[in-house]
Design a protein around this ligand. Structure first.
Ligand SMILES: C[S@@+](CC[C@H](N)C(=O)[O-])C[C@H]1O[C@@H](n2cnc3c(N)ncnc32)[C@H](O)[C@@H]1O
Length: 386
């Protein structure tokens, strides 16, 4: 677990537009959950403002206090500082420093675990409808449930990597939400007691101390199983593993398609590539390509591939990479997504290229936070629209 020195308040990137409304309080009915760990409140006239409120739950009546916003802003941010009418899904936060004005690491400590998952499912559905242009009545969307990681009973002690800020008095702390201010935190309840194990289904992976590895100890197996289940690889099928890290998916794809089959792993981090080469060294046809996916695919590996795994960072794969994938004409793409908005946007691009979303699962790899991991299957349909 690492610690870094803290600073003052985050410098504002823009000039405030009009009179600040920070600190003002309003009584309000809380609307639906929105992407990002807050709920939507619509303040009536004279404010006529959308407010993104943390520490609230849909259907509650709360007193909100504005944390960011001026007269000129289209929307404000706020914390629910008093709950007048509580949701049945509300519970006391297990952590003493979770709540308005305190540590910003968790969004949903005040929510039961099943309700946290229901909120996340609602967010994924909304992003698929709004950005992915999917029908809200599509059973794939309407029936989506966020699945718990097997063995996760209370949503605590799962972070195998945690960053603290070193405080001048020798203690450690964490940052407040959207701030550089630090709250002392002696024991983050999300931090796992045991360090990360890099063994997945009996296979040991070599990983750099500061390199990418899933933070929830149950995540690698859950994701590998979901990807293999959805892709259903056949012996002899070629595969691309994009944003491959240390080769987690490539390694199991090779196990499924056969060690003599061509599997290309593309990763942007040089150290990640070195570890991927070690992890795939038993497989003579495995190739690890170093560089940004977009650049690697622009100049190389332009032959058809049967299967593609896409596991991009939060910003998603984006239009160019999705087009490059479609150009390889895979029969199936497994898209592992940590941001449902990016997933929704890329699903729409895939659809315009003749790839339909045919299966979707979502996993609670980050309990107590608003984050959620999806695994989507996109399959080639007959109707290529380009
Ligand atoms: C979400 S992680 C997935 C890693 C791996 N699939 C796993 O599950 O262990 C995303 C990976 O993409 C890499 N990455 C980020 N941007 C990239 C880019 N433009 N091109 C190639 N790799 C990139 C990161 O270094 C990181 O290893």
């Amino acid at each position: 677990m690492s610690a870094r020195r803290g600073g003052g308040r985050r410098a504002r990137a823009r000039q405030p537009r009009g009179r600040s409304r920070v600190g003002e309080q309003f009584e309000a009915e809380v609307g639906p959950v929105a992407h990002g760990g807050h709920c939507v409140v619509r303040l009536p006239e004279p404010e006529s403002r959308v407010v993104f409120v943390r520490h609230a739950l849909p259907g509650e009546r709360v007193v909100l206090e504005v944390t960011e916003g001026t007269d000129g802003d289209r929307f404000w941010r706020a914390d629910a500082v008093e709950v007048l009418d509580a949701s049945p899904d509300r519970v006391p936060a297990p952590c003493p420093v979770a709540g308005p004005g305190l540590c910003g690491g968790c969004d949903f400590q005040h929510v039961t675990l099943p309700a946290q998952r229901a909120l996340k499912a609602a967010v994924v559905r909304e992003q698929l409808v709004r950005l992915g242009r999917r029908d809200a009545d599509d059973p794939l969307v309407s029936g989506l449930a966020v699945e718990a990681v097997p063995g996760d009973v209370d949503g605590l002690r799962w972070r195998t990597r945690q960053r603290y800020v070193a405080l001048p008095d020798g203690r450690r702390g964490m940052r407040k939400h959207r701030s550089h201010d630090v709250v002392p935190v002696d024991d983050c309840l999300l931090e796992a007691h045991a360090p990360a194990a890099h063994t997945v289904h009996g296979v040991d992976f070599s990983v750099a101390a500061d390199g990418f590895w899933q933070v929830h100890p149950g995540a690698p197996e859950v994701l590998v199983d979901a990807v293999l289940d959805l892709l259903a690889p056949r012996s002899g099928e070629t595969a691309l593993d994009l944003y491959a890290g240390v080769g987690l998916f490539a390694r199991f794809l090779l196990g499924a398609v056969g060690r003599e089959t061509r599997v290309v792993a593309v990763e942007g981090d040089a150290a990640g590539c070195d570890h991927a080469r070690l992890n795939l060294s038993d497989h003579p046809r495995a190739v690890v390509a170093h560089g940004p996916v977009e650049r690697v695919l622009r100049s190389s590996y332009d032959e058809p591939f049967d299967l593609v795994v896409l596991d991009p960072p939060r910003e998603g794969a984006g239009k160019t990479v999705v087009e490059q994938v479609a150009d390889r004409a895979p029969r199936a793409v497994a898209y592992v997504a940590c941001d449902p908005a990016a997933l929704g946007r890329d699903v729409a691009t895939f659809a315009s290229l003749g790839y339909r979303l045919t299966a979707l699962r979502a996993f609670d790899l980050f309990p107590m936070t608003h984050h959620v991991e999806c695994v989507a299957l996109l399959e080639k349909t007959g109707s290529h629209l380009r």
